[in-house]
Design a protein around this ligand. Sequence first.
Ligand code: SAH
Ligand code: SF4
Ligand code: F3S
Length: 453
Amino acid sequence: MEKSIKPLTDPSKPKVYIETYGCQMNVNDSEVILSILQDAGYVLTGDIDEASLILANTCSIRDNAEQRIWGRIEQFRLQKRRRAGVIIGIVGCMAERLKEKLLDSHVVDLVAGPDSYRTLPDLISKITPDTPQINVLLSHEETYADISPVRMDKNGVSAFISIMRGCNNVCSYCVVPYTRGSERSRNPETIVREAEELYANGYREVCLLGQNVDSYYWQDPDSADRNVNFAALLEMVAKVSPDLRVRFSTSHPKDISDEVIYTMAMYDNICKHIHLPVQSGSNAMLEKMRRKYTREWYLERVAKIRSVIPDCGLTTDVIAGFCGETEQDHRDTLSLMEEVCFDGAFMFQYSERPGTLAARKYTDDIPTEIKTSRLNEIIALQNRMSLESNEREIGKRHTVLIEGVSKRDPGQLFGRASNNKVCVFPSCGHKTGEYVTVEVTSCTSATLIAKTV
Ligand code: SAH
Ligand code: SF4
Ligand code: F3S
């Protein structure tokens, strides 16, 4: 059963404060960490000043992500000066990447990598002012399958479920295989059980998480007939209830199969949205990035998706200024974006990560000004296309799962359509967690403005 967050008023219990950086998987990991710490007697607090344990669950994906954490560590130093005995822990990807180096700050008492969270209570019990604790062992098996994450979200409608950990791709720019270790899939029965428990607790949407969900593969120890691939898993979760929406992220263009696309089409409650990071539109760059697909392959996958699911939302990730990127390579990225007309994109400048293949083999030779100007061009193009994509929705109807009250206007609710577009509309007596049909009346590049019908 889902465990509720206990009241914060019990003075006998130590309090933990958790900050989370990085991707959705890290958000879910913080929920796993909280579950483990609650079992060890901790309660969660939102007030850093009353916490006896301060944790930052960190990200290493780009240099600026790490710089932000170093800034936070300096602020934690002030906490330590003011309050003797407070424990500062750095967990997650940056802990895994930097290991003992984090102790040089003389602020950090605890360093724990993504596969070591079960050992947190033990590590914490051994900390003294002179003996910080560190566990950065990576595992080939750990999936935290038996742990019910304690949800820290406020809406109680939409939850993440990790279906796998690690990554076996070696995209040359990427640090994740080093911080999260090798890929392993979680037992599907535990995934379905978690979805059922969430549904019983009022949740109406789950998002299945993995660095490359298409390579999910569970090998049943007893019978190969019971092996489960990602399409089969999607179907199993979709069958939990027609009222439980299913999303997933991230799909890899080299691996997304026709079977997955057809399974999406078969179930109304599998949301019609695919996040399909392209990274670049240039074959030379894709080759150097070791993405293992070409521009032509990517465009064929998009065509397939759109032929089976014509109204499928499609979003992507793009990297500007990878090693050796020419003006023509950059133009190829822009032309691919224009050809696909993505509904949204996360766009980044290339940031060299120590230890990766790209850092060892290629020179990070695109000057920052050029990276920035290319990125700005990519962002401007995407903004224009997001607006166009939203304008095409005007007059259309969508079923929206209500996620909460609009931050800008308490009289308005917001939620997402199946295609992942955010809709804002007058509440008219509706509540969070309900499905409602809306008609789009206008839009911005980020939001659909709608009315209930
Ligand atoms: N597993 C996902 C991506 C996870 S990381 C996939 O393969 O699609 C999220 C995004 O961060 C990546 O898609 C990429 O666009 C970006 N990214 C990763 N490493 C980066 C780096 N070194 N510099 C800039 N962006 C990077
Ligand atoms: Fe990184 Fe590539 Fe794995 Fe994604 S698929 S996490 S970009 S190595
Ligand atoms: Fe960052 Fe680790 Fe996620 S590097 S993006 S938190 S897997």
